[in-house]
Design a protein around this ligand. Structure first.
Ligand code: BGC
Length: 379
């Protein structure tokens, strides 16, 4: 958040003043029981600017994220439900951690070190089966272990899950942890770590749906968006990358300069028709593996901004095309077409079947480390 010089000093002072209070690790509170009887808990992270993030142990789902607008008014900028039962019933992955492999794997099948692995095909774009977001019971549908954390000027929660060898068809016992931090710079940081005892594909990401006007305030078409990507991975009718890295130049996917999402979302271009809008993996210009800015979003009426930085090579921009007015959200209204958008930092879709893409294979003895930061501000 950019503050005028005079109030910056005040903010710094306030931050130090409240730091002693905010520095404690958050305690869990009960959030009901999953259908199988497992108790679920919620952790609340907050900072001295009133920013508040609530996340539960089921799916490591972010239940709400309140951030100030240009007048200092707080609103929850994420979509989702009020109750655990609603998440268990049907969710398009609102706020969840998806994995073991987020995004699609063609035909629900891949070959690794000579062995072929079959996964559940839980998605069929244009009648073509694929595995989506980890299969029938991915990381978004399991109860994670959690602990509250605290460090200088930040509160956190670490979620841990052991995905057993063979779970959803994937090889190897995968020990995965996802840590959310909220700091005094209004940064929500997501740190991923994983180890395995057999080689396995891994692609874990955060699937929050955002609306910077606030949850329940209509579509996201007026948000302006910049994505630091000169190329994207075009898809076939099954929403699987063809393998080509195509220039965004001259297409509706050119977000190298900030542009309003609604501008070209209905463009009569093959890729836009296939996706029903934006539902594409952008090949980020920075392929360094270090934290780099990937996208910047600005919602003019509230003034809210969100910058996404990541160590990942790709970013799925999904404009909520499958929201169709059937789900009722936590604000009481229905989620209509394009009422939220996702920016999912990731390895490219179907990477296990594309040796030419950056490798998503984790091997025993190695530790996967990945970080994504969502930074909120006003403009
Ligand atoms: C995918 C969409 C999919 C959605 C499900 C997104 O990550 O890109 O194609 O429909 O998740 O909620």
């Amino acid at each position: 958040m950019t503050l005028p010089k005079t109030s910056a000093a005040v903010a710094a002072f306030t931050a130090i003043g409240t730091f002693a209070m905010a520095a404690s690790a958050p305690n869990p509170e009960p959030f009901g029981k999953a259908a199988d009887g497992t108790p679920v808990e919620v952790y609340t992270l907050s900072n001295s600017h009133g920013v508040k993030l609530r996340a539960m142990t089921y799916g490591a789902i972010v239940l709400s994220l309140e951030v100030p607008d240009k007048k200092g008014r707080l609103a929850d900028v994420t979509l989702g439900y009020k109750t655990l039962a609603e998440y268990e019933k049907a969710t398009p992955y609102f706020g969840a951690i998806v994995g073991r492999f987020g995004n699609r794997i063609a035909g629900g099948q891949f070959t690794l070190d000579g062995a072929t692995y079959k996964l559940a095909t839980n998605n069929t774009p244009s009648g073509k089966p694929c595995s989506l977001h980890g299969g029938n019971k991915g990381f978004d549908k399991v109860v994670w272990k959690a602990e509250g954390l605290q460090k200088d000027g930040a509160q956190g929660v670490r979620f841990r899950y052991l995905s057993k060898d063979g779970e959803e068809g994937y090889p190897g016992n995968l020990q995965v942890s996802v840590t959310y931090w909220l700091d005094e710079n209004n940064e929500w940081r997501v740190d991923y770590e994983a180890t395995t005892d057999k080689a396995t594909p891994v692609n874990v990401t955060q699937h929050a749906y955002f609306n910077l006007k606030g949850d329940g305030s209509g579509d996201i078409l007026g948000h302006s968006l910049r994505i630091a990507a000169s190329k994207f991975t075009p898809v076939n009718e099954g929403m699987i990358p063809t393998g080509e890295l195509r220039s965004v130049e001259g297409t509706a996917l050119d977000f190298r300069k900030a542009r309003v999402i609604g501008d070209r979302i209905n463009a009569k271009e093959e890729q836009m028709t296939l996706g029903g809008g934006y539902d594409h993996n952008f090949v980020l210009d920075s392929q360094s593996g270090s934290l780099a800015s990937a996208a910047f979003v600005h919602e003019p009426s509230s003034g809210r901004t969100m910058e996404v930085s990541t160590t990942e090579p790709g970013l799925q921009f999904y404009s909520g095309n499958f929201l169709d007015g059937t789900l009722t959200g936590k604000s009481g209204g229905k989620y209509a077409h394009r009422n939220g958008f996702c920016l999912e930092t990731q390895h490219y879709p179907d990477s296990p079947n594309h040796p030419e893409f950056p490798s998503c294979i984790l091997r025993p003895g190695k530790t996967l480390k990945s970080t994504t930061v969502f930074k909120f501000g006003v403009k």
